[in-house]
Design a protein around this ligand. Structure first.
Ligand SMILES: NC(=O)c1ccc[n+]([C@@H]2O[C@H](COP(=O)([O-])OP(=O)(O)OC[C@H]3O[C@@H](n4cnc5c(N)ncnc54)[C@H](O)[C@@H]3O)[C@@H](O)[C@H]2O)c1
Ligand SMILES: O=P(O)(O)OC[C@@H](O)[C@@H](O)[C@H](O)[C@H](O)CO
Length: 403
């Protein structure tokens, strides 16, 4: 059995490629990083360290090799007889690999009539229709029809946290990767042509929307807030940020808003979602994981898009009559981080422009009002305790809640 892993980075080596190797597949990694490809082809194995709060253990991942991501003919050759494929290259890179996937699929159809499933392992809403659209741009005539009948594009939820490998470790072993113990892979049952692989860690759900939203609007939203709040305090790791009581209060408040939204939207038990939330908070604290705030907060522009973790969660909250006040502290943090990265001043005017043009939030919307207030507090270097007091005031004003 052959599994193609497009992207030999953290998730490729640290989760999906390792999982399929352990299931008995030969795993062929495709990547543009030539060092990784050379090492995979010389060693045919690598070490994965699983880190929890009590310590760590090493897994030897075997039966792997690599293919250069710039060689479309070699990629197509591998796709001809592969059993399954996955992508983990980063959402922004999907358009870049769509051409070679389209080329490889068309080469495959000449030799092999078996259906082909591609697991999309990126943090992206509607990843299946997005990738389908990109692949179709490289197909014409009958090919589009065959593609639609013959290819399953499968959404997944990648919940495992895989930190960046520190430079000194990477230099001594370019293939080394560390990950947390959590290794459940929810997949969209409806996206599969045929049966999903039989493995108790790969759980097929239908409908899948709830799992995607729980991942992006609870896990990734809270993760992003830990990054933007922690960076402001010059902290390094997620585990450091969640240890600061005021930051933890804000993260927990934002997660509770998302939990209430998800419970109402999908008619899921509030208590179950609270257990999931507590588990996430516990996992964020894993001190051995050393997941940097820099990785978790990377690309604030992407994280501020209307459907992404912050705005998507806040808008869904309003739709479900939940006030996204704590989440708005996170949005203000992300806007500040984006402006700093873009070398723009943290002025009210620039914040307005980001909210309107990037996030598509209009000035009448309460998300705008909350965020503008917190953004001004960020700019004034107000404390998080002060922001929490302001949250209470907003809650009282909008909902009349007694706190
Ligand atoms: N790291 C995590 O904890 C985590 C968890 C869940 C989801 N994700 C998502 O998984 C995806 C991958 O994240 P990651 O952390 O593994 O990133 P990463 O940067 O470690 O890995 C991406 C890999 O893709 C390769 N790549 C980029 N462009 C390519 C191309 N055109 N052809 C072939 N290879 C290419 C890169 O060289 C790199 O090795 C992202 O969408 C991310 O949001 C990451
Ligand atoms: O990969 P990003 O930049 O979309 O998001 C950063 C992290 O929140 C993310 O990688 C998580 O670690 C991951 O989704 C695991 O749950």
């Amino acid at each position: 059995m052959k599994f193609i892993m497009y992207g030999a980075g953290n998730i490729g080596r640290g989760f999906i490629g390792a999982l399929f190797s352990q299931l008995g597949y030969e795993v062929v990694f495709i990547d543009v990083d030539e060092v990784l490809i050379r090492e995979l082809n010389e060693r045919h194995e690598y070490w994965q360290e699983i880190v929890d709060s009590a310590g760590s253990r090493m897994n030897r991942i075997r039966n792997v090799r690599g293919v250069n991501g710039r060689n479309m003919d070699l990629i197509a050759k591998e796709m001809e007889d592969a059993d399954l494929m996955a992508t983990a290259v980063g959402a922004a890179m999907l358009p870049r690999i769509a051409g070679s996937i389209a080329y490889g699929l068309q080469a495959r159809w000449k030799k092999n009539s078996r259906v082909f499933n591609i697991l999309i392992c990126e943090n992206l809403m509607d990843a299946d229709s997005f990738l389908a659209g990109e692949i179709k741009k490289h197909m014409a005539g009958d090919a589009v029809k065959i593609f639609e009948q013959n290819t399953g594009l499968v959404e997944t939820c990648i919940g495992r946290m895989v930190p960046l490998v520190p430079d000194e470790k990477r230099q001594s072993d370019p293939l080394y990767v560390a990950a947390e113990p959590y290794d459940i892979l929810p997949v969209d049952k409806a996206g599969f042509l045929g049966e999903p692989p039989a493995c108790k860690k790969i759980i097929a759900y239908e409908p899948f929307d709830f799992y995607v939203q729980r991942k992006l609007y609870l896990h990734n939203m809270a993760h992003a807030i830990s990054a933007y709040l922690g960076m402001r305090e010059n902290l390094r790791y997620v585990s450091d940020a969640v240890k600061v009581s005021s930051i933890r209060l804000i993260i927990t408040g934002a997660m509770q808003e998302a939990v209430r939204m998800l419970a109402k939207k999908y008619n899921v038990k509030y208590d179950e979602l609270c257990l999931h939330m507590n588990d996430l908070l516990y996992r964020f604290q894993n001190p051995g994981l050393k997941d940097t705030l820099l990785r978790v907060g990377r690309d604030p522009l992407r994280k501020l898009q209307p459907e992404d973790r912050l705005i998507g969660a806040a808008v869904s909250c309003l739709q479900m009559e939940v006030e996204p006040v704590y989440i708005s502290i996170g949005i203000a943090g992300a806007v500040s981080a984006f402006l700093r990265e873009a070398d723009k001043e943290c002025t009210e005017e620039n914040c307005r422009a980001v909210l309107e043009k990037v996030c598509h939030i209009t000035p009448e919307c309460r998300i705008f009002i909350y965020t503008a207030k917190f953004f001004a507090m960020f700019a004034r270097k107000d404390s998080y305790e002060r922001m929490i007091e302001t949250v209470d005031a907003f809650y009282k004003k909008t909902t009349g809640d007694i706190i």
